[in-house]
Design a protein around this ligand. Structure first.
Ligand SMILES: [Mn+2]
Length: 181
């Protein structure tokens, strides 16, 4: 099973869409908050994927929970944006909660910096921001759950190809039509 993880898209739908187009093998898309509105567009345009999200501090009016525990590929996955655990100050509170939940994988965002770690039997992933990185390139996360184990990585977002400007305009129209419906 492949899970593609986004966070902090901050109104940039096209960043999500470009990654979704490249990651054709993904079974699941997860958005970790601050971008729920454009994640909803993605849900409309990729209805055959399993999609989950949590609310970020900037997702005003969102009805999503601030944290969830998912069961995917036989693993327990704790997802949260991270502002309620003060992840910009440090990860102690978040890691305590992940241990309490007996998570196999804990995912968070909010810092706009990619991070991966393995501690006390728990994999941690912050995919960084797909549109507003604090440093370096925009990024996202990929989690592969296989019989051999769990592999987690963060990847820089790459523009798909040189046709993207005309594709973007066309898709922009398509997106507006979806919004009106
Ligand atoms: Mn945030």
């Amino acid at each position: 099973m492949r899970i593609v993880v986004f966070s902090d898209s901050h109104n940039n739908y096209f960043a999500l869409r470009d990654i979704a187009r490249v990651q054709t093998e993904a079974d699941v898309f997860i958005h970790l908050g601050d971008g729920e509105r454009e994640f909803e567009y993605l849900c409309t345009n990729f209805p055959f994927k399993e999609l989950f999200c949590v609310r970020g501090n900037g997702d005003f009016g969102s009805l999503s929970p601030t944290e969830r525990v998912l069961n995917l590929g036989g693993k327990k996955i704790f997802i949260t944006h991270g502002h309620t655990y003060g992840v910009k100050r440090g990860l102690d509170d978040l890691k305590r909660r992940a241990r309490e939940q007996e998570a196999d994988i804990a995912m968070f965002g909010h810092t706009h910096l990619p991070y991966t770690a393995y501690e006390d039997g728990i994999h941690y992933l912050n995919p960084g921001s797909v549109s507003l990185p604090l440093r370096g390139a925009p990024s996202y996360g990929v989690v592969d759950i296989t019989e051999a184990g769990i592999v987690i990585s963060t990847k820089p977002e790459q523009p798909i190809n040189t046709l993207s400007s005309s594709v973007l305009r066309l898709s922009g129209n398509v997106m507006r039509i979806n919004l009106l419906q």
